[in-house]
Design a protein around this ligand. Structure first.
Ligand SMILES: [Zn+2]
Length: 271
């Protein structure tokens, strides 16, 4: 597909053209991530509002930025991924939200500047390349995953996606992925009629997705909340994910909110 070829070409050109910059990758609360270089800060699904009544899983960390350029990527509009009040504050007058075209009007209505994105079409901003990729939402709403490239580093954020059939396709186009933020809690959410299928990837599905994506290092997100009967996650999601990942020789960095990702040591490839 031409669009995908353009995406790969632009990623390659960016890799060749930029001088080395320091990349900082931090996990935020719940599903959030913060990625920055000297010029720009990129948030993904950053939530700074206490949605958890003082009991945010693993703690609530502030959403702040020091750079002039600021962007906030959204995987979808559910309130544990889209916090308009926090984004208005941290983005200020000049920062922008980047989201799927279908979400743009709503995001703008919340007083935020918006840059709409189409699937597979890369955007270059602040030394980063952002590409919206297919995802599947547990409630049938529009959801995307984000590929974020900074020079030679490729980062994927999968929001709270379900398992779907395009992980392998994404991996073939963009893999290997240096670090992937993957939801793991396999949450069962009350529906009418009730079902026994989860609305978020299970630990096993997250490991499978990581393998299809060619993930070098997985950061589990979106777990640690149980509110039966309306919201019930799998038992011990993090421990289960770690055990299943170990069986498949998948490297995992279980960051707490506020902790920084470190590139795992890998053998020299000579490339
Ligand atoms: Zn969610």
């Amino acid at each position: 597909m031409i669009v995908r070829s353009l995406a790969l070409l632009s990623l390659a050109l960016l890799s060749l053209s930029a001088a080395a910059e320091t990349l900082r990758i931090e996990r935020l609360t719940w599903a959030g991530a913060k990625i920055s270089n000297e010029r720009a800060t990129v948030f993904v699904d950053a939530v700074g509002t206490d949605l958890w009544n003082g009991e945010a899983p693993q703690g609530l960390v502030p959403v702040t930025a020091d750079t002039r350029l600021r962007f906030a990527l959204l995987t979808h509009l559910h309130n544990d991924h889209f916090d308009a009040a926090t984004l208005r504050e941290v983005l200020g007058e000049r920062g922008s939200v980047i989201c799927a075209e279908s979400a743009a009007t709503y995001v703008a209505s919340r007083g935020l500047r918006v840059i709409p994105a189409r699937l597979w079409e890369p955007q270059m901003r602040g030394g980063f390349v952002f590409t919206a990729l297919p995802a599947a939402d547990g409630f049938g709403d529009e959801q995307v995953s984000w590929l974020i490239q900074h020079q030679q580093t490729r980062i994927l954020h999968a929001g709270d996606s379900l398992w779907h059939g395009q992980w392998g396709l994404i991996g073939a186009q963009f893999g290997p992925i240096d670090v992937a933020f993957l939801p793991i809690n396999g949450a069962m959410v009350a529906t009418r009629p009730s079902t026994r299928s989860s609305a978020v990837m299970t630990p096993q599905q997250a490991v499978d997705a990581a393998r299809l994506l060619g993930v070098r290092s997985a950061v589990p997100i979106h777990f640690g909340l149980n509110s039966p009967p309306s919201y019930v996650e799998v038992d011990n999601p993090l421990q289960t994910f770690l055990e299943l990942a170990a069986e498949q020789e998948l490297t995992v960095q279980p960051l707490r909110p506020g902790e920084l990702w470190q590139a795992p040591e890998t053998p020299e490839t000579g490339s």
